[in-house]
Design a protein around this ligand. Sequence first.
Ligand SMILES: [Zn+2]
Length: 564
Amino acid sequence: MTTQRVYLSTTIPYVNSRAHVGHALELVQADVLARHHRRIGDEVRLQSGTDDNSLKNVLAAEAAGITTRELVNRNAGEFAALREHLSLSFDDFIRTSSDPRHRPGVDRLWRACAASGDLYRKTYEGLYCVGCEQFYTEAELDAGNCPDHGTPPQLVAEENWFFRLSKYADRLLAEISSGRLRIEPASRRNEVLGFIASGLEDFSASRSVARARGWGIEVPDDPSQVIYVWWDALGNYITSLHYGTSSGGSGDYQRWWVGADRRTHVVGKGVLRFHAVYWPAILLSAGEPLPTEIFVHDYLTVAGRKISKSATGPNDPIGQPSAKDPGANDPVALVRCYGADALRWWLVRDVPRVGDTDFTVDKLIARANEDLANGVGNLVNRVVSLVHTYRNGVVRPCAPPPGTSRWLAAAASADRRGAPDWPADAAEVRATLEATPDAVRAALARFDFRAAAAAVFRIVEQANRYAETAAPWHLARAERTNGAPGERLDRVLGALVATCQVLASELWPFLPDLAARVAGACDDFGGRLPTPQPVFPRIEVTAGNESARAGSRLRSPQYAAVAR
Ligand SMILES: [Zn+2]
């Protein structure tokens, strides 16, 4: 199979408040895609960052009585730290207010659109919600209020730069209808096609310096105006690749944007229009290639409540820890209590491709205990313990079935000659292993994380079942009766250890930390497996923060060596 060059991005959130579990969903989805592509040999660059230049940040800083710079530095730092907390693998993290790559890129993108004759000045008067940074028509308001914030919009009149979006309707329709710009799921694609067909209006592309409080990037050659969010925030996808200073056929921009086989944006449904209409139109105007794929995820609710788009800070009730759900909205608190594996697993295993999903700590714990403690943990602990009990820790794993690998284990490089044959009654396990890579590939190609996780988990179910039916303990008793070591027990144990090694490899895109522990537990390098240690202790639910103790065990230093 030929390898691809894949450029993946998350959206860059406003940093007017702290990260919530909804951000974790998008970050983990993008991370799973990135790790999956790396594992199958593709070249991957995963991009994330923060939108520092938003007017919302200015307003949040005013409300908090600190400078915008202070607020942005503090909150952007928290978003960047999610890499460690959630075991993410992004290659780059751009902060739009301070990264030296960003401003020249935005400047160049604006000038390219201006050179195409697509930017013009016009007086605009409209109803504007500061919280949304968006103008609304009367029809879009909810009883005169912003549909998101429930507050009345301000009447704003000023001269701005406008972008000729209307000019690009036909080309956008052609790109999206043809699938050259693929939008998934199909319902979102149809939504975008309908929106374009209903007629596109030019949109405002700048703001007065005064209303932006002087924060943001100036319009080239017009110091009275600041570039509005579209060129600035959406531009991050290419400014981070040194678009502003790129020239000729080399460099990151050529390599990762122009030359990539896939340019994939992972976005939430709330910013679909901006990514599927505004952004491609800007790129068409600038004469640059479009993204090839946009995957649109729906939203999480937390304990039945919507996560507010712009109010998830300390003043937001959802953000307040409660006795029932300590920090249910805070991904860092969740990881501290339950570990990154438990949170990541719930996000990929239980969130469907379409539809909002309600998150609760109870669901996270139930899923982790059922799948990771009872499923993976029991399997690995049982297999390693059996090898120690009956073979003093020494085992020869069966050869991995075609198409699978166990590259996480040092054993992958060990000499495989003389590996025992798979026992005939392990055919089903073996077939499941063999089918898993294609099943995962197909599911992730349609951005169905839940189906991909289920495909991997099938290995665990099959292997646990096989351990029951093959019953190594009966084989061991027969050996004692016969007084001679039996080849069948060697082969059964060899099959189970090989299965766990392949499982570690297949788990890695989803749960890199647990995958590394499974690989370590089943590492037969040197011929002997390590002493059995639990790879995922059950999360005990007791009063209050008692559950944090389970989490702290999971995050202890012995698990810190994680393959990234
Ligand atoms: Zn609003």
